[in-house]
Design a protein around this ligand. Structure first.
Ligand SMILES: [Zn+2]
Length: 142
């Protein structure tokens, strides 16, 4: 099941700022990258101006393996409870990446009834508009 967007309804777009622009620039190139503290090495997601462990403001972007497991999820099956621009059903998922950070995304090509905690997944990139690419996750063979 691939998410279907309903024409004529504005897409939900990320708010790109100085803290997360490296993340979205990587996604645009079909790469996943996470913010890393240059002082203590902590990986951080979502991106932020200051390391939550050592308060350093020195940051860099490091490539992700793109692999993780489903940590949690919610299936949207009723249109009145979902974003009107997306056809139901669709799944919002929290993925725990191999690197240890968690990312909120959508599942790609997975039926709602097939999702489970611990399901191996890998990132895919969905070019949903000429100027908008979103990282999503599909089932990964192990
Ligand atoms: Zn740090």
């Amino acid at each position: 099941m691939v998410m279907e967007y309903i024409p004529g309804i504005p897409l939900l777009r990320p708010h790109v700022d100085l803290d997360n622009q490296g993340f979205w620039e990587a996604v645009k190139q079909h790469k996943l990258a996470f913010q890393k503290c240059k002082d203590c090495g902590l990986l951080v997601h979502r991106p932020r101006p200051m390391c939550p462990r050592c308060n350093s403001m020195e940051r860099e972007w490091v490539p992700s393996t793109g692999k993780g497991v489903v940590y949690s999820w919610v299936n949207f099956v009723y249109a009145n409870a979902a974003y009107p621009g997306i056809k139901v059903p669709y799944t919002v998922v929290v993925v725990e990446m191999a690197e240890g950070v968690r990312i909120i995304s959508n599942l790609y090509d997975v039926k709602p009834e097939e999702v489970y905690v611990g399901m191996p997944v890998e990132v895919v990139f969905d070019d949903i508009a000429d100027d908008l690419t979103l990282p999503k996750f599909r089932r990964r063979e192990v």
